[in-house]
Write a protein that binds this ligand. Sequence first.
Ligand code: FAD
Ligand code: NAD
Length: 491
Amino acid sequence: MSRPAAEDSAACHEKEFDVDLFVIGGGSGGVRAARVASGHGAKVMLAEEYRLGGTCVIRGCVPKKLFVYASRFRDTFEEATEFGWRLSAPHFDWRSLVAAKDREITRLERLYAAGQEGAGVEVVRSRAVLEDAHTVRLINNGRRVRARVILIATGARPELPHFDGIELGITSDDIFDLKTFPRRLVIGGAGYIAMEFAGLFAALGSDVTVVCRGSNVLRGFDEDVRQAVAGSYTNRGIKLMVGDSIRRLERRGGHVGDGDDAGRINVTTEQGGRLVADQVLLAFGRTPNTTSLGLERAGVKTEADGAIVTDANSRTNISNIYAVGDVSNQFNLTPVAVREGHAFADSMFGKNAWQVDYSNVPTAVFSSPEIGTVGLTELAARAQYLAVDVYKVRFRPLKAAVTGDCEASLLKVIVDCESDRILGIHIFAPEASEMIQVLAIAVGGGATMKDLMSVMAVHPTVGEEIVAMRTPTVRYDRREATTSPLASAAV
Ligand SMILES: Cc1cc2nc3c(=O)[nH]c(=O)nc-3n(C[C@H](O)[C@H](O)[C@H](O)COP(=O)(O)OP(=O)(O)OC[C@H]3O[C@@H](n4cnc5c(N)ncnc54)[C@H](O)[C@@H]3O)c2cc1C
Ligand SMILES: NC(=O)c1ccc[n+]([C@@H]2O[C@H](COP(=O)([O-])OP(=O)(O)OC[C@H]3O[C@@H](n4cnc5c(N)ncnc54)[C@H](O)[C@@H]3O)[C@@H](O)[C@H]2O)c1
């Protein structure tokens, strides 16, 4: 598609601007916004300082999921023998996995570049910073670009607290490219990244310890799911040190840069625990990329944590500057960044203005088994609604009957008693991410428990359990101040 010349495009009629839209950051939110805006006829320039595709493609969702796939072969090999297969001892080669991952993200990066080019977006490989509310400076060559509208889509980076020796740790940015497989991995934090990498590295053969500051992992998730995943990880040999955090890291020998990036690290925890690790993964959350971006020169307001303050249209306090994705630190998920970028571009440059609906954003943790969740947790529902029914079932998938796996899957549905509407669904089971994607359609559409029960099952599947629920396990009723166990289901 040919790009409209500056003089032809709507805003660049005003000759004071070089482009209609300047996008800072070529990650999930930025590339979507740039492509869609260009499709609406805007003259668009996008600056990316590292690699096109951003966190998700280069060092987030995609490489992580590839590693998760790799890790699941361990169970598959073991289970296969129960189903009659005879295999010679499988051997895992870390470097081959890293190389396969590199091939795929390079392919995706090229696709992203082609997508931008095909849409007529001018991509510049440079860090970009704001000079004022309409001027962006490219650090590579000092060029100044005047833009009618600026979109900040710079994402986030790993948050690092302060403790001695923290520089010996690595973050999720580094873990995908380690030269040597870490036989002993200590992980600080117990959120998404900690739990996903704990699970996958344990399955690949690492001895994993998670140091969790809180009383349980995955704060904010449904309590039953938190307990289920903690129990499952413990059964799989992952050590969970709850109520503790890392105090100090010290090198024990070996040198960084000697070709072996596993240097053996002594880890001391606040509770006096001592551990030895080849690598220490720091997974303490992420902080918005707003440092040295020139926001103060443009007058853009941020929160104390650096997040850009935006309204429901992703607009900042400066009327021509917008921000989407992790840089506004709300739902730090790829599909949210993408949708924010799309809504911004349609609303600003197309004929259809719309806003992102943040209710019922589904999410998954790619542990094994997975967690899938949408809507309110049981505790949140009980706080917000007068009467809540909780349907809960624990079961063993059919495959487990043959493999002898004793791990129970969990399905949980939270329902508003007054309207019968489903408020939340929480799953800890194989393929929970796939199930929750589809169930989110029902929850977002206002489905009731009666609707769910009326659906015919697909048999034999894991998902059929969710349409087979008939009686609530427990009812919390503040109208009558009662809590009644309603079913003796095996929970
Ligand atoms: C390990 C990990 C796993 C994850 N897994 C999932 C998952 O399974 N599912 C999910 O939904 N989400 C996942 N996420 C979150 C997801 O990656 C982010 O929410 C998403 O990438 C945010 O998109 P974004 O466009 O806001 O920012 P990003 O994708 O981070 O893009 C920002 C881009 O801006 C560039 N940049 C920054 N500053 C400048 C500047 N001044 N000039 C030029 N360029 C700049 C950066 O280099 C980067 O490419 C994961 C994150 C991590 C870290
Ligand atoms: N599957 C997915 O969708 C997926 C996967 C990975 C990451 N992400 C996104 O990336 C974000 C970042 O992931 P994350 O796991 O780093 O963050 P997180 O917010 O999920 O978890 C951070 C963890 O660090 C702990 N923590 C924070 N500060 C600490 C300190 N000083 N000492 C000890 N513990 C501390 C918290 O208690 C928590 O357990 C996620 O919130 C999510 O939005 C999503």
